[in-house]
Write a protein that binds this ligand. Structure first.
Ligand code: HEC
Length: 126
């Protein structure tokens, strides 16, 4: 019985790894369908957000100094062009879309990481 469980756990693990590999290229090709990308991509974005200073100013669904991420997701269309704009905003900062308080620039965050963060944020669109 114990052996069976171990085999089962290992195959579940292998299966999970395979499915994430399979979905990566499709995810990159269909950047405009991020809302339905697998949870793995979004969790990476959430992890990165948690590891940076974002939560000082943003709640997932609560305005702090910056807008709630759910509000950001509702405000914009989930398209590649919008994602590019928001990635740029995370890296370079800026103001004027939500008020006069500026979004802090993050020049040390790699673009790919900023993209994962923004994809996570846009995945919150209802
Ligand atoms: C010092 C506070 C602060 C920090 C830290 C911060 N933000 Fe912001 N953020 C803001 C403010 C204020 C705005 C609204 C800017 C505006 O009005 O255009 C904003 C706006 C945004 C927007 C929407 C931009 C737009 O044009 O509508 C996104 C996306 C965002 N932040 C993501 C992040 C991410 C990801 C991080 C962490 C890497 C982060 N923010 C860290 C304050 C902050």
């Amino acid at each position: 019985m114990k052996k069976f469980l171990i085999v089962f756990a290992v195959s579940a693990f292998v299966f999970a790894c395979n499915s994430s590999d399979d979905q990566k290229p499709a995810d990159e090709k269909n950047a405009d369908t991020v809302a339905v990308t697998p949870a793995i991509t979004n969790e990476r974005g959430l992890e990165l957000i948690g590891a940076s200073d974002c939560t000082t100013c943003h709640g997932i669904d609560k305005k702090v100094i910056g807008p709630a991420y759910t509000d950001v997701a509702q405000k914009y269309e989930n398209t590649p062009a919008v994602i590019d704009t928001l990635v740029n905003k995370v890296i370079n900062g800026g103001s004027g879309n939500w008020g006069n308080i500026a979004m802090a620039p993050h020049p040390t965050i790699p673009e790919a990481d900023a993209r994962e963060m923004v994809k996570y944020i846009m995945s919150l669109k209802k």
